[in-house]
Design a protein around this ligand. Sequence first.
Ligand SMILES: [Fe+2]
Ligand SMILES: [Fe+2]
Length: 255
Amino acid sequence: MTTPHRKKGRFVSAAAAPQAEHERMVLPQPIANFGSDGVAEPEAPMLKHMLDTGAVFMMGQNPALPVMPDKPKLLDFFHYRFNDIAFRHLLQSAKTALDSGQSETVVIACLLHDISNGALIRTDHGYWGAQMIAPYVSEEVAWAVQYHQALRYFADESAGFKYPDAYNKFFGADYQPPEYIRKAHDEARNHRWYMTSRLITIYDIYAFQDDWDVDPEMFTDIIGRHFKEPAEGLGFDNSPVAHMWRTMIWPNNFL
Ligand SMILES: [Fe+2]
Ligand SMILES: [Fe+2]
């Protein structure tokens, strides 16, 4: 596997992190504990450990993560927060769309389509992703990101999309998507932006390769034209979704 084009990032030592005089505990997000067989709820034993030892719950910079710039931009989240799979997948997807001569609208939609799985949440990722980017992109791009989640489950031979083989492996060959996904597909099918969302699904399927690394900086100009970076930085612009970006900056905050 080749090394992705990630910036190394700056780390702070444990001694320089906030709460340095304490043992700092990371409580997993509640949603991550639901339904996991045999995993006891961690909160009660951690609270006991806090009372017994004076350990505290982490707030602020985790020394295990690169420090984000004070005014983070979109690509900072690619470099310093997204996991390797999402980092590669989004870049490969956007590059494939670009090389196929697609519009910049489609390229930016591909670049952003799985942004939620990269560092925030997987469940209903199209909806979360669309919401995260909505204040910064055109309505069409956010719409396409939202609906790609549903369109992935439905073939459209005329557009060149068949049901992904990967989904038979992920979910089993007999998996049927729920009603709200079926409805979203039906709605999208007749929408004027259908093809923007459909093209995300088309460039999606080529894009899980370990040996192909795309430099995110190549998208700087397209991002500049299609993603309105807030002057205060993502997470600090007081937009309705700023908290989602802050959650990625400080993902371990207890509250
Ligand atoms: Fe997706
Ligand atoms: Fe994807």
